[in-house]
Ligand binder design. Structure first.
Ligand SMILES: [Zn+2]
Length: 376
């Protein structure tokens, strides 16, 4: 069995449902320490973080990943237990196989091979692991980055191991992400008997035209890197349960996935103006969970693209689709950030799996990317 696959199985065997780490980082720290990495354990709140680095000075190249996984869901639906890694028909099954213990194993093996091959490499190579990426993401990457910034350590290149590929290993690199802005909206009316609507103010009737206008609104047309900004409602609720009562309030939750063309303050302004135009009395709480970012063509993109092509024979497409990742925190420091990992079709599902043979290929891609980026 190859080294990357063995390590991935070792990690899956350690249950680490977010924010637990399950001993994964201890195991990785021990391995990297043996090959010359300096190890720093950074615990914030209930979250374990690992900062392992080799070399000194700039440029600083960081491999970014997480050791936590999402809960397994109904155990009875797993063909083999989620924390007992099993290979069937060329697939490695287990919670975290694709998201993202497979990539973490590839990072560890690639970094070990890199420093063995180039003990006097320029700059610094590092692995940053957190155990709260799948949770609230408050005491993980964000805190470690703040600590690094305090010390004046500036990340120039960052490779995130999130599973990025669609149908073919090598088909997709994420070179940015859309922003995510959520709204928690309450429309205020006046409750009363449904037979006396003139004595009430029905928030459902009042909100309906505004809801239609929000859904129909064209926010922007997108561009070559970002799809058009979209607004979606996720929850809407009003009513007391009784069929003869006009409710006093309506609550609606919505989310915008947006590109840099329409920044969050502008979206907020446009939505509040629309609600005001409809004469609504409302309260609206905003939550910004990630600003959009984009890594333009440069050293890291060229290195990763060439490495993916060399190892897989596939030319990757660059995409900003999908949800957010911890890459958004690194990008705010001005680093070049790219995400590349295995196929993502099974992530967060029961019977999560990764193509076993892809892990060693992923290691090779990460290793070549390190070498090309640092001009070895
Ligand atoms: Zn992940």
């Amino acid at each position: 069995m190859d080294e990357t696959l063995a390590l991935a199985m070792d990690l899956i065997r350690r249950p680490s449902v977010t924010p637990e780490d399950g001993g994964c980082q201890d195991h990785i720290a021990e391995r990297l320490e043996r090959v010359g990495f300096a190890i720093e354990r950074l615990r914030f709140g209930a979250v374990d973080n690992l900062w392992a680095h080799h070399g000194r000075g700039e440029p600083l190249f960081v491999c970014l990943g997480h050791t936590d996984v999402v809960p397994p869901g109904p155990l009875g639906e797993w063909t083999s237990p989620p924390f007992a890694p099993t290979i069937r028909d060329g697939l490695l099954y287990g919670r975290g196989a694709a998201d993202m213990k497979g990539s973490v194993a590839s990072f560890v093996v690639a970094l070990s091979r890199f420093v063995a091959r180039h003990p006097d490499h320029p700059g610094t190579v590092a692995l940053l692991l957190t155990s709260d990426e799948e949770g609230v993401a408050r005491d993980g990457t964000v805190k470690v980055l703040a600590r690094l910034a305090e010390r004046g350590e500036r990340i120039r290149y960052c490779l995130v191991g999130e599973p990025s590929c669609g149908t073919l290993f090598g088909d997709t690199v994420k070179h940015g992400r859309r922003g995510s802005l959520s709204g928690d909206l309450t429309i205020h009316g006046v409750q009363g008997h449904i037979a006396y609507p003139e004595l009430c103010e029905n928030p459902i009737s009042r909100f309906a035209p505004a809801l239609a206008a929000l859904v129909d609104e064209v926010w922007d047309a997108g561009d070559a890197d970002f799809p058009a900004t979209r607004l979606q409602f996720s929850n809407i609720h009003a009513g007391t349960g009784a069929d003869n009562v006009i409710p006093g309030t309506l609550r609606a939750l919505f989310n915008l996935r947006y590109g840099p063309k329409t920044p969050a303050p502008l979206l907020r302004e446009r939505i509040e103006a629309l609600l005001a135009r409809h004469g609504l009395r409302y309260t609206l709480d905003w939550r910004l969970s990630g600003e959009p970012f984009l890594t333009p063509d440069g050293t890291l993109r060229a290195a990763l693209q060439a490495s993916v092509q060399a190892v897989t024979g596939v030319t990757p497409a660059f995409s900003t689709g999908g949800g957010t990742s911890d890459g958004r925190f690194v990008a705010t420091f001005g680093a070049q950030v790219l995400e590349f990992g295995p196929l993502n079709g099974s992530i967060h599902k029961v019977n999560e799996a990764v193509v076993a043979a892809d892990l060693e290929r992923l290691t090779e891609i990460y290793l070549r990317t390190l070498e090309r980026t640092l001009a070895m």
